[in-house]
Design a binder for this molecule. Sequence first.
Ligand code: ATP
Length: 424
Amino acid sequence: NQEDQKTDIQEFKLEADQELRFEVESKSEKVYLSLKSGLAEVFGTEIVKGKLYEFTAGAKIAVFTWHGCVLEIRGKTDVIYVAKETPMVVYSNCHAALEFMRNEAEKENCKGPTVMVVGPCDVGKSTVSRILLNYAVREGRRPIYVDLDSGQGQISIPGTVGALLIERPASIDEGFAQEAPLIYHFGHKSHEKNTALFSILTTQLANNIKDKLEVNKRARASGIVINTCGWIKGEGYKQLLNNTKVFEVDIILVLDQERLYNELVRDVPDFVKVIFLQKSGGVVERSKSARAEARDQRIREYFYGTLRSSLYPHSFDMKWSELKIYKIGAPAIPDSCLPLGMKPKDHMTKLVLLSPNLGLLHHILAVSFCESGEDDIIKTHVAGFVCVTNVDIDRQLITLLSPQPKPLPNNILIMSDLQFMDSH
Ligand code: ATP
């Protein structure tokens, strides 16, 4: 056994500009990383020498060094190797260009750069966004992170779009601190399900951020980094153009796909700079099941926290009569039956009041901040989420898993397509 443990400890000596890449797949394994000497970072966050970082199943990590370092890895990794070729110098040059623009913005007291990262699935869009945000915050900036990837987003839970003011680098094992995020309920993991609603939400989010930047000088000069999803064809491409407009994007970073780069150069106004970037050879493709597992993990963490900081959610019953549960999107009506003035897509953004039923079981419900008329519910951001763990038809009760004890901050709830099986 001791022999086994020994072989599970590996030391890696990295030269300048190299990175150690590793993956943890097995659910029963934990892998520990520590920096023995030199300087190193994980996706833009500096590692503290001597500290032990823990990684569990699903982790796909790159430890990069600008000056050389010695790293120690304990535990069984599925893949582990040192890469000599990385695009980090290019990403760092992007950061330097953004810093230049931030300095100018500071002098002129105007808005800093708004950068949108785009590309197909699995090219490292979230990672590049994270690196740019980490580098910015390490320079003392306070950038805003906008995540429009409702399938694999890094803010809140899947099925949402949102924004976060970044005040410190991401934690190496847990990502960015989720303090006071601005979250809108979308309700689907893929934008294709409701493009009309998605456009409304992005516009709403963009306007809300604009208002916030008016009163926060430091954030205003620091600018915005927008992460997008990998749907870049047809309607997905149109969404990217719409994002460019509503967020007043200054720079688009296109990862990996030259066709997308050329299309954007052709279609966006000249004052928007479009830049092509190579993807990192380390980015790992995720299977459908790995993506589903990652989504599930995010929801579980929302309610139960992480290994390092557990949360203890509450479970309680609510009477049906105490709640108003809505769904966004009514069944489609044939064009010939549409009321005068209604467009075929309008039904997708119609609010439908649901009578409690067994179909709600395991669904996530967003708790709205909305207090007034029905029209605002779609456009209002949300306070948080609960999960339906039981529906009692006889007693007309519904059991909710909630991060906070009863009462809920609001009785207006919106049903999400996403489900979560509470196995605790
Ligand atoms: P999506 O299609 O979900 O939008 P994406 O393009 O945003 O994906 P990322 O989530 O950034 O891609 O990266 C995919 C995976 O690859 C992540 O698990 C990330 O940790 C890993 N990864 C990114 N860069 C590297 C690297 N240089 N070495 C090892 N793993 C990496």
